[in-house]
Design a protein around this ligand. Structure first.
Ligand SMILES: NC(=O)c1ccc[n+]([C@@H]2O[C@H](COP(=O)([O-])OP(=O)(O)OC[C@H]3O[C@@H](n4cnc5c(N)ncnc54)[C@H](OP(=O)(O)O)[C@@H]3O)[C@@H](O)[C@H]2O)c1
Length: 248
């Protein structure tokens, strides 16, 4: 059988109610995975669950910035063979307008929550041997943009965390990798059009030889990293940018 399948694997996907996380849930289920979908919006999670290929999929609603919700997620779910940490948000603030509270709030969702969930699952022996952890980072982690200081810092930190996990967990055959997309057509792109205007976004797209990404482009890479086809890959950061960085 092809090593690219996800049969007999239980995969936790955060941010599964929308965009990249939702598509990753769909693609992972198509490849045979049992998916645990997490997000805050139950209705949207139910919609995504309805569109999954048949399986024993489940939903855990959780606001990952709340310790009690993170604990609930960690305690409720069965041991996993893979995690895709996709929950996240981009908020644009010039450095001089940032205060400590805002800084903490953004770091909590984009960096501390995936860190603490991974640590909590590990402490509770819920990372099966051979588990594959995938963090959805961003090219901003290495190529920041004006106003993106906290977002870029959170993604750079996730990349450092992922490499550390790759080192610490290799004896259990647990792998950890990042995917760093450039702009993908999700709510984040819609918000960029609203804040910057369509002209600016269209102009930006001209710098992408292959255009902006689709959620499927990221989901396919995540499925590969979750599968045994990537069993010798750990501690890497896969850039998905449609050629954008060639023009940077
Ligand atoms: N789209 C891009 O261009 C792009 C590029 C590079 C990297 N990324 C990264 O890709 C990931 C997914 O982004 P996306 O484009 O798919 O965005 P999206 O469509 O806005 O999805 C964000 C997801 O995060 C969840 N979320 C937000 N706040 C949460 C909270 N407090 N607790 C739990 N879940 C929360 C949302 O679910 P609920 O609303 O149900 O809570 C939603 O499912 C993010 O980490 C982002 O940084 C995106």
């Amino acid at each position: 059988m092809t090593p690219f399948h996800l049969h007999q694997k239980t995969i936790l996907i955060t941010g599964a109610s929308s965009g990249i996380g939702a598509q990753t849930a769909i693609s992972a289920a198509q490849m045979g995975a049992t998916v645990i979908l997490s997000g805050r919006n139950r209705e949207k999670l139910e919609q995504v669950k309805q569109s999954l290929a048949a399986g024993e999929h489940s939903i855990v609603t959780a606001d990952l910035t709340k310790p009690e919700d993170r604990d609930l997620l960690i305690q409720t779910i069965a041991a996993v063979d893979g995690i895709v940490h996709s929950a996240g948000a981009v908020e644009v603030f010039p450095v001089k307008l940032m205060n400590e509270e805002e800084l903490e709030r953004q770091l909590l969702l984009n960096y501390k929550a995936p860190f603490l969930i991974t640590a909590g699952l590990s402490k509770n022996r819920k990372l099966n041997k051979g588990c594959s952890i995938v963090f959805i980072s961003s090219i901003s982690g290495q190529h920041p943009f004006k106003g993106g200081a906290v977002y870029a810092a959170s993604k750079a930190s996730i990349e450092a965390l992922s490499k550390t996990i790759a080192l610490e967990y290799s004896t259990q055959n647990i792998r950890s990798n990042c995917i760093s997309p450039a702009l993908v057509k999700t709510k984040i792109l819609d918000e960029s059009i609203q804040s910057l205007g369509r002209d600016k976004v269209d102009h930006h797209q001209e710098r992408y030889p292959l255009g902006f990404g689709e959620p499927e482009d990221v989901a396919n890479a995540a499925v590969f990293l979750l599968s045994d086809a990537s069993k010798w890959i750990t501690g890497t950061n896969l850039i998905l940018d449609g050629g954008f960085l060639l023009n940077k």
